[in-house]
Design a protein around this ligand. Structure first.
Ligand code: MRU
Length: 374
């Protein structure tokens, strides 16, 4: 079994950032080359790259690329604004930009581009280690939920896998580690309308790694939970508020409600970079409204193998497309961070932040694993 270590982003020998164009998956593995801040901003806005940690990593490189052209304070501020405006909900974007900006601001302009590139690379390296630690903590929580000889039955929403991060993924890191450890695991993959990140991306990466999975319509999840065919739900997240409320892909809230009604654990895999202590609760989180065309039309492979778009909704019917929703902390069993699982509450968030400021990520099974988690 191969691991999640293969990276989603890499640099070529001309210093350009390369990644798969996720708007073309699962049918085409096209590589997109990002050589300047505009290209990075475009890739984030159009979702050639997506997923909170990956957005942050690409934005960090975008800022570094911008400083090669203009390393002045004004150039730094302009590029930061350009990249920050691409997507509003995932807080990792702002976190990564602030990390690069904070590193270069004290330096003179000539030293800034190199230092920014180093910081972007450090963000990527840290993401890999962080996600592996999240996976270990998540796997330790999930493994005991397996019933008898049956495969562990997990359900996930959207794509919080390796291609949403630099490597491993957050929610799916636990799946990869369980599979590597020989634990039979099967994943119910919500299709995740309207952009179908589950059907297109999660299914693609699980198939790529040989992990048993089944794509379901979003609306089937509640039924499967009620029928006892799900042992736990694990999802990623785009922002965690100071009180433990969570923003994630639209549809997450309904899964959390169904999990609570069926007394199933609902875990949110959450790097500490996704915690926004400055946002008091979910209602203060900006929800990205995306082009209604994502809802009224659907893209897929046509009869001749090419990518085609077809219309679903009558011309005269308006559509509204909020990309994320808000799950109250009370529906979240635990936030699974790289520093261990913590309750989804103000105390849990404070605990995760204090562990993060105390030192590097803990390994799964370590003291941080279940302390404080419900
Ligand atoms: O709109 P997307 O595809 O960027 O949304 C992605 C999600 O909602 C993920 O669950 C989240 O970013 C976590 S990715 C590890």
């Amino acid at each position: 079994m191969s691991t999640g270590v293969q990276r989603t982003l890499w640099l070529d020998d001309r210093g350009r950032l390369l990644t798969r164009d996720q708007t073309r998956l699962p049918f085409e593995e096209a590589i997109v080359e990002l050589g300047d801040a505009q290209a990075c901003a475009h890739a984030i806005r159009t979702m050639q790259v997506r997923g909170a940690p990956l957005i942050g990593a690409v934005a960090a490189y975008g800022l570094a690329f911008a400083l090669r052209d203009d390393a002045s304070d004004a150039g730094l501020a302009r590029a930061r604004e350009l990249l920050l405006a691409t997507r509003p909900t995932a807080v990792n974007l702002r976190w990564a930009l602030d990390r690069v900006a904070g590193r270069v601001r004290p330096l003179g302009p000539p030293a800034r581009p190199g230092a920014a590139l180093d910081e972007a690379a450090a963000i990527c390296d840290a993401d890999v280690a962080c996600n592996r630690a999240i996976g270990e903590h998540g796997a330790a929580l999930l493994r005991p939920l397996r019933r008898g000889d049956s495969p562990l039955q997990l359900l996930t929403h959207c794509n919080a896998g390796r291609i949403a991060t630099v490597a491993w993924g957050t929610a799916l890191a636990a799946v990869y580690l369980l599979a590597e450890a020989g634990v039979p695991v099967h994943v119910w993959v919500d299709e995740t309308r309207p952009r179908n990140q589950g059907a297109s991306l999660t299914a693609w990466e699980l198939a790529d790694r040989g992990i048993a999975h089944t794509v379901i319509a979003d609306n089937a999840a509640g039924l499967l939970m009620r029928q006892g065919r799900v042992d736990a739900v694990i999802v990623g997240c785009d922002r965690v508020a100071a009180n433990g409320d969570v923003a994630n892909k639209v549809g997450t809230y309904q899964k959390a409600l169904a999990a609570a009604d069926n007394r199933l654990p609902f875990y949110v895999a959450c790097p500490v970079s996704t915690i926004d202590a400055g946002t008091p609760d979910a209602d203060a989180i900006e929800i990205e409204a995306r082009d209604p065309r994502e809802l009224t039309h659907v893209r897929g492979r046509g009869p001749h193998g090419d990518l085609v778009e077809v219309q679903l909704v009558p011309e005269r019917s308006p559509a509204f497309n909020p990309a994320f929703d808000l799950t109250p902390a009370r529906l979240v069993t635990a936030l699974v961070t790289e520093h261990g699982a913590v309750p989804a509450s103000a105390q849990g968030v404070a605990l995760a932040l204090s562990r993060a400021s105390a030192g590097p990520a803990t390994r799964g099974g370590g003291p941080g694993l279940s302390q404080g988690a419900r």
